[in-house]
Design a protein around this ligand. Structure first.
Ligand SMILES: C[S@@+](CC[C@H](N)C(=O)[O-])C[C@H]1O[C@@H](n2cnc3c(N)ncnc32)[C@H](O)[C@@H]1O
Length: 230
């Protein structure tokens, strides 16, 4: 099945490498996101897309969707995906929370990445943080059983906030993630912040269940084992 968009509903032409939903007001179909039941990974707030492109190059049998609200960044990510011939990577111009809460279908995503998100450090802005109880419930819905949310920040207080919200929500299990467990390229902001001496804090939350494919957790795959790294 081809993932090429048959038509374009935007008031502008679709950009190279851009994923344009057929309808922004209904959940997308699993088949629109992933060919032949391949693993889907979603990078929320993908920025300039270094992580997305390196993952797509490293895992050609998986599908990658970057989500980014800034048109200039979407344009840049899509152009680079196409230039590198990474047909398994696409970028969606949309707001992250809307994407998870309203666009993605149930049990569609194997890994959802939230990397170096805006920490909104002032107390009166905390409600703008992406990690909130309602968001975690939506993440739980879109993850397939055995799927994971990977959250990384350089902001200790936002990290503690995320750990506490996950504890309150209570439906994820915390998994080990030092950074060496599996291939995980650095993001643009991580490169920058680490070069300034800042440390990264990592939280890896698993949705319990073994029906999903979790190659990095050595769990039995659901579909064609030859297609995926085990
Ligand atoms: C600090 S940057 C991190 C980019 C990338 N993840 C990295 O680590 O290099 C945050 C990115 O998220 C995007 N962003 C912030 N809030 C967003 C939202 N609500 N929906 C979609 N993108 C968002 C910003 O435009 C920016 O590109």
């Amino acid at each position: 099945m081809s993932l090429v968009q048959p038509f374009n509903i935007l008031p502008r032409p679709a950009l190279p490498g851009e994923f344009v939903p057929v309808d922004y007001f209904r959940r997308v179909e699993h088949g629109e996101l992933s060919r032949d039941g391949r693993l889907l990974e979603v990078d929320l707030g993908c920025g300039d897309g270094l992580f997305l492109r390196e993952m797509a190059a490293h895992y050609p049998d998986r599908e990658f969707l970057g989500v980014e609200r800034l048109l200039g960044r979407v344009r840049k990510v899509g152009r680079k995906l196409v230039r590198q011939g990474l047909g398994n990577g696409r970028v969606l111009r949309l707001e992250s929370r809307y994407t998870v809460e309203w666009l993605l279908p149930e049990a569609a995503v194997w890994r959802l990445h939230v990397l170096c998100p805006d920490p909104w450090p002032k107390a009166r802005h905390h409600r703008r943080r992406l990690i909130q109880p309602g968001f975690l419930a939506a993440v739980h819905r879109v993850l397939q059983p055995g799927g994971e949310l990977l959250f990384m920040t350089d902001h200790p207080e936002y990290f503690e906030w995320a750990v506490a919200r996950a504890g309150d929500y209570g439906r994820f299990e915390r998994l080990p993630w030092s950074g060496d467990e599996f291939f995980y390229p650095k993001t643009d902001f991580q490169e920058l912040w680490e070069s300034e001496g800042r440390s990264m804090f990592r939280l890896r939350l698993g949705k319990p269940g073994t029906a999903g494919i979790a190659p990095d957790r050595q769990i039995e795959p659901r579909i064609d084992t030859n297609r995926h790294e085990l």
